[in-house]
Design a binder for this molecule. Structure first.
Ligand code: ATP
Length: 338
């Protein structure tokens, strides 16, 4: 378990991380989200003892990283896949890491196998694609068979196949009971990978919630329904005080109704009571992107919806995520491979 308590880092006039508190629990993938410059990397560096906090602390199973006796056997991390010496082979790189940490050399072959690099273990890393370098970084993180894993932008710059592989890899690590914290700009990817989200803006906590709860509470859910007797269904709903918005059809899509504020079961029950045949009954939830857009508005009272942190903190931090920062297609813009 990672326990971040009141963590703060000030660089000159910049408060990179500001009174940040959250926990990362075992058995889940926790997504660590925030726009460029939100403080994700700085937080991860402090968790890993690479930066000293100005105040507050980050503990791993109750102790700071610096106090861990054999850190690689407790915590593995991938911060930057490009730091490997290009003339070293993958195997030599991992052997060097293992030797430096008192890990048996036999473990190198095992982690190469896990990440699917056994066949290219003798190649210079300089000839590796970014995806292969990411896999090598993951192998390094796994060398000490640690319970806690931190990954900073592991899918940045990868092709869809590489992204899928990393997603499944993260999930398998969590399913094995490990604690996995992964940062990313890519909200749609995080929606598929992370069970839980810690969201920050300008170094402050914005939300700490299960991914479905975060999306459900920050976006409106609705029911979409199609029927050959759409007008009758709408009248039956209206008679029960339920508003149904017509959705116009076109050549490809038949017309439908959109109903907000009632459970999907209730819509089905009403249709059944009226003897109205349905051709579609679908629950529609918002996307993680929409949740972020909603987060920037005033309409949601985050403190009242169970997100962690005070409403004042949310309001202040939400101001970090302006509409300009968050275009709808991909709110967290990658800046290329770093
Ligand atoms: N060594 C440093 N010296 C001065 N300022 C720094 C330093 N490291 C980070 N910062 C600043 O702290 C803030 C947080 O940066 P950080 O890299 O942690 O954010 P991030 O969320 O990881 O962003 P990105 O997604 O772009 O990597 C930024 O304003 C950044 O410019």
């Amino acid at each position: 378990m990672i326990d971040v308590q009141g963590l703060t880092k000030v660089y000159g006039r910049t408060r990179a991380v500001d009174q940040l508190s959250f926990q990362v629990r075992p058995g889940t993938v926790t997504g660590f989200l925030g726009p460029n410059g939100a403080g994700k990397s700085t937080t991860m560096r402090m968790i890993l003892g690479l930066d000293n906090p100005t105040s507050g602390q980050a503990l791993i199973d109750g102790v700071p990283y610096a106090a861990l006796k054999k850190p690689l056997t407790k915590v593995g991390a991938l911060l930057d896949a490009n730091w490997v010496h290009p003339n070293r082979t993958a195997r030599a790189h991992l052997r060097w890491m293992a030797a430096a940490s008192g890990i048996p050399a036999g473990r190198v072959g095992e982690v190469l196998e896990v990440v699917g690099l056994s066949d290219v273990a003798g190649k210079s890393v300089g000839k590796f694609s970014l995806g292969m370098k990411q896999r090598l970084g993951l192998a390094g993180a796994l060398l000490g068979d640690p319970e806690v894993l931190l990954f900073d932008e592991p899918v940045n710059g990868l092709d869809p196949e590489g992204i899928l592989w990393i997603r499944q890899f993260m999930k398998s690590l969590a399913a094995a009971g490990r604690t996995v914290l992964v940062s990313s700009h890519l909200l749609s990817e995080m929606a598929l990978t992370a069970d839980h989200l810690v969201v920050i803006g300008r170094g402050r906590l914005i939300a700490d919630a299960a991914t479905p709860d975060f999306i459900a509470q920050a976006t409106e859910t609705s029911v979409r329904v199609r029927s050959p007797r759409l007008d009758d269904l709408r009248a039956a709903l209206t008679a029960r005080g339920i508003a149904a918005e017509p959705i116009a059809g076109d050549e490809k899509t038949p017309p439908a109704l959109s109903i907000s504020g009632v459970p999907i079961e209730q819509v089905g029950d009403i249709a059944g009571q009226e003897g109205i045949t349905l051709h579609e009954l679908t629950g529609v939830t918002g996307s993680l992107e929409q949740a972020f857009m909603q987060l920037t508005g005033d309409s949601v009272e985050y403190g009242a919806h169970g997100f962690a942190g005070s409403p004042a903190a949310h309001a202040a931090a939400a101001s970090a995520l302006t509409a300009a920062d968050l275009p709808p297609a991909d709110p967290f813009r990658p800046e290329g491979n770093r």
